[in-house]
Design a protein around this ligand. Structure first.
Ligand code: TTP
Ligand code: MG
Length: 378
């Protein structure tokens, strides 16, 4: 049975094989590996508030420290209160080291597939539907990777293996530490039904509170309420919650190399040429709409729009325009493209437009690592 949705939810796609891998207590584990005497200490990575006028935030903590209630993003001063002084060790993070470890793990991942999307230094999605090892088992591939990381890096990770990104991430969280969760399509809804809503990625404390007020505490509650009701209360987020609670997440694994691309563009040649201004503008509008989609998929914001135009005699002109602010909004991209097109329109339409292209470039991107570094800037 699926949720009451009146066909509002998309048809599920369960054919992909997706793995989410996340290192266990990453920064802390690297430090313990390099100094095993830290293993029976409560190790906190972050600034020691005692040496810094009470300031500092916990980046992460090993599992010993977590037993005392220490966790990421907690003020260091609180960790000091929670852990007996003779047990507690603070270390400043060594990003150079963590980056190097991360790069090595990524090399192992790329031996399986190039469809690797990194979310943070210690976390990535792999789409292994097709893979370099010719395996049809995501679990087998993930266990192989987990074993290699343990043997070659001396570090533990957890993974979720299933048919979409949302479930895979939920699975790796569920598996921690050093575990695995395999979720088959026919088991997904039952698995989700059992999960507390705070385990649903993207549902923050405020939304949890509102859901509790509506009597919803678990995935089962989200599955039972009508999608329309969730949309009424939470708009687009409500729709996403309904999708997720029903095991639907059609978003794709966007490979890192695609992610690192310096620009995303669309161009098309026209035969016969375009002689009509409205036709040209309609095409630009369509380009902008599909650029918005591509940028959103990658969480990119473009600062510059480039227009490329070619006439029947193969005269080609490219013009660029800096945007007032970084955006992935189709209307703003279209606006810029149209302004670039304006002064060229008459002459190119006269000769006939053979090619038209719009490129979004000069990206800004919210970077997880920057957030981490910010914690230590005080
Ligand atoms: P996480 O994977 O969230 O945490 P973790 O690997 O330490 O622990 P877990 O076993 O639960 O996965 O984040 C990875 C690294 O990112 C973490 O080791 C430290 C850093 N980090 C921060 O700097 N600030 C934060 O708020 C969080 C959550 C993580
Ligand atoms: Mg982790």
């Amino acid at each position: 049975m699926t949720s009451p949705s009146d066909g509002l939810l998309p048809v599920n796609d369960t054919h992909r094989r997706i793995i989410h891998v996340d290192m266990d207590a990453f920064y802390a584990s690297v430090e313990m590996r390099d100094n095993p005497t830290l293993k029976n200490k409560a190790l906190v990575i972050g600034q020691d508030a005692r040496k810094n006028h009470g300031h500092g935030v916990v980046a992460t903590a090993n599992y010993v420290a977590r037993k005392y209630g220490v966790h990421s993003a907690m003020p260091s001063i609180k960790a000091i209160r929670l852990v007996p002084a003779d047990k507690l060790v603070f270390l400043r993070p060594d990003f150079t080291k963590y980056r190097a470890v991360s790069a090595e793990i990524h090399e192992m991942m790329h031996e399986i597939t190039d469809s690797v999307q990194s979310i943070a230094l210690d976390e990535a999605y792999l789409d292994v539907t097709e893979n370099k090892l010719g395996s049809t088992s995501a679990v087998e591939l993930a266990i192989g990777l987990q074993t290699r990381i343990r043997e070659e890096e001396g570090l533990n990770c957890s993974f979720g293996a299933t048919y979409n990104k949302f479930l895979a991430k939920m699975g790796s969280e569920y598996a921690k530490p050093f575990g695995r969760t395999v979720i088959l399509p026919e088991e997904a809804r039952a698995f989700l039904a059992r999960q507390k809503i705070k385990k649903f990625h993207g549902i923050g404390p405020k939304t949890q509170e509102r859901l509790h007020q509506m009597g919803i505490y678990t995935g089962r509650g989200l599955q039972r309420i009508h999608v329309r009701e969730l949309i009424k209360h939470f708009n687009r987020m409500g729709y996403l919650m309904a999708e997720h609670a029903n095991g639907i997440d059609l978003s794709r694994v966007v490979p890192d190399d695609e992610h690192n691309r310096k620009s995303i563009g669309i161009e098309r040649t026209y035969e016969p040429c375009i002689y009509n201004e409205q036709t040209a503008l309609t095409n630009l509008r369509n380009y902008a709409a599909s650029l918005e989609e591509k940028l959103q998929e990658r969480n990119f914001f473009a600062n510059t729009v480039v227009l490329k135009i070619r006439n029947n005699d193969f005269v080609t002109v490219t013009k660029r325009r800096k945007l007032p602010h970084a955006t992935h909004n189709a209307t703003e991209i279209y606006q810029a493209a149209r302004e670039l097109f304006g002064p060229l329109a008459n002459s190119f339409l006269n000769d006939g437009i053979r090619l038209l292209g719009v490129t979004a470039t000069d990206f800004s991107e919210a970077d997880f690592e920057d957030v981490g570094l910010d914690l230590f800037s005080d």
